[in-house]
Ligand binder design. Structure first.
Ligand SMILES: Cc1cc2nc3c(=O)[nH]c(=O)nc-3n(C[C@H](O)[C@H](O)[C@H](O)COP(=O)(O)O)c2cc1C
Length: 199
């Protein structure tokens, strides 16, 4: 079964990005995917301490909940990540995860000596985000961050679903078309990573 990891990066359990990702998960499952969900705010995860314990093996040396996430990140065929926009980038919960994945960057570029700028990726990622304002450049910063995060995971940023003018919890429920688009993206993502409906 094709395995997708879905990571909820908002501190709100039922916030806008959580509801959007939930729909994407439902779409992928409907298409036949095996999806595992992780809610970052439920985990105890230290920020990266920049000690580079990962230089030996590519594995982060800090013993906390990241260790389980690390194994799941390595094992999945596709990653669906959702984060709200906080000051034009990802939430702190999401950024902590990203920084801990410096261990995967070290593995890829220092230990396995992958050439920089390599354009072929083994896996794919889908990014979902929401912000309160409607500025044209609202997602400029986050997209750069997310693209390079996925790169460290040997993943192409396959698609990003970006939603403006969502602020209060549940605002997205006023836009069933947004939820529908996330559902469709989840379905398409499963196909994009090579998944087939079970026969
Ligand atoms: C700490 C913080 C920073 C924020 N920064 C921005 C911002 O830079 N731009 C913006 O449009 N919205 C910003 N917002 C609003 C959130 O992006 C918005 O409420 C979003 O819908 C929250 O998604 P969630 O419900 O999935 O957490 C911020 C909210 C918080 C709490």
């Amino acid at each position: 079964m094709t395995n997708i990891l879905a990571i909820y990066g908002s501190p709100r359990r039922k916030g806008n990005t959580a509801l959007l990702l939930k729909r994407a998960v439902e779409g992928a499952r409907e298409a036949g995917a095996d999806v595992e969900e992780i809610v970052l705010r439920d985990l105890k995860m230290s920020p990266c301490l920049e000690i580079y314990g990962c230089k030996q093996t590519g594995r982060c040396a800090i013993r906390d909940d990241f260790q389980v996430v690390y194994d799941k990140l390595l094992a999945c065929q596709g990653l669906m990540l959702a984060s709200p926009i906080f000051f034009y980038t990802v939430s702190a919960h999401t950024k902590i995860l990203m920084d801990r994945c410096q261990s995967l960057w070290v593995k890829r570029y220092w230990l396995e000596k992958t050439p920089f700028g390599k354009k072929e990726f083994k896996r794919k990622g889908l990014f979902i985000s929401a912000g309160a304002t409607k500025g044209k450049r609202l997602f400029d910063g986050v997209l750069l961050t997310v693209r390079y995060f996925f790169d460290a995971l040997d993943m192409e940023l396959w698609n990003s679903m970006l939603y403006r003018e969502l602020d209060f919890e549940g605002d997205v429920l006023k836009h069933p078309e947004y939820l529908e688009s996330a559902y469709t993206a989840g379905k398409q993502f499963f196909r994009a990573i090579g998944g087939h409906a079970p026969t």
